[in-house]
Design a protein around this ligand. Structure first.
Ligand code: SF4
Ligand code: SF4
Ligand code: SF4
Length: 266
């Protein structure tokens, strides 16, 4: 559907996390009244209706996942099962009921507890700016199969984390720089490199808004069951401390994150 320049400019002023939704709705509502293009008045009419209805559309939480499951070749881990489990604990936590009790006035999307899962460190679903961010991780390890010095692993590694000997053999991984993407393992033709520990990195405390902050990573690579238990603890912390609907990320001090780091260090 064709948009006028004024309509395009107006929709760009809407916060990015609801823009796509508003855009789709503007087109749907314009089509419903027989229009083939979108003007500024269509945007304004839909925006007014949308903001009025927002309170009834808030569900208390958002769980986003990247597009790894659609066949992305970069996946370090397949997280569909974990996403389902997280959806379940978030639904069971009745965050909508909790927010209704704590928030004075209408509920807005920005009240919702946000979790984002990405299947690799490319982090397409932006876990760094969510209350809880989860990143798929595959750690490379060496087998006993001799290295052919082909260089495929170093070419695949964007972090320069594969250590080579003078003769070009891969001898070690520099784990200070490795982001656990698994690309070197996928590239190795001999089997010298294999996937060692596989799981998830967990970040907490990310948010946008007036006081934006990137989420901080807790140490370790965790299995799916541990991630679910961690989320249970984050929810308990949130429900204890969010007296009038403050977000988890807003509540967390650096000292709180240090405490969670100590607790879940492995
Ligand atoms: S985060 Fe990684 S696996 Fe997920 S869509 Fe992006 S590149 Fe693919
Ligand atoms: S897992 Fe990724 S970052 Fe780590 S060494 Fe291999 S290619 Fe480099
Ligand atoms: S890709 Fe495998 S065989 Fe080639 S240099 Fe790296 S470890 Fe050695």
């Amino acid at each position: 559907m064709k948009w006028t320049d004024e309509a395009e400019a107006a929709v760009k002023k809407i916060p990015f996390f609801v823009r796509k939704k508003v855009r789709t709705r503007v087109e749907k509502e314009a089509a419903e009244i027989g229009k083939t293009g979108v003007t500024l008045s269509d945007v304004k009419a839909t925006q007014a209706r949308y903001l009025k209805k927002m309170s009834s559309e808030v569900k208390g939480y958002q769980v986003d996942a990247c597009f790894g499951g659609s066949g992305c070749p970069h996946r370090a881990i397949a997280s569909e099962v974990l996403v389902e489990k997280i959806e379940r604990i978030m639904a069971d936590a009745d965050l909508l009921g909790f927010l209704k009790l704590r928030v004075q006035g209408d509920l807005k999307f920005h009240h919702e507890f946000r979790i984002s899962i990405a299947d690799c460190p490319n982090a397409c679903s932006q876990p760094q700016i969510k209350d809880v961010g989860i990143l798929g991780a595959a750690t490379p390890a060496f087998t006993k199969i001799p290295c052919s010095s082909c260089g495929a692993c170093t070419n695949a590694c964007k972090e320069d984390a594969v250590v080579l000997s003078e003769s070009g053999e891969a001898t070690a991984i520099d784990y200070k720089h490795c982001v656990h993407c698994g690309s070197c393992v996928a590239a190795c033709p001999t089997g010298t490199l294999e996937t060692g520990k596989k799981g998830y990195r967990v970040l907490i405390g990310g948010k946008l808004g007036r006081h934006p902050r990137l989420a901080r990573e807790l140490p370790g690579i965790h299995d799916a069951e541990t991630v679910v238990r961690m989320i249970g603890e984050f929810l308990a912390f949130y429900k204890t401390h969010s007296t009038h609907g403050q977000r988890f990320a807003q509540l967390l001090t650096d000292a709180d994150i240090d405490e969670f780091s100590k607790k879940w260090a492995i």
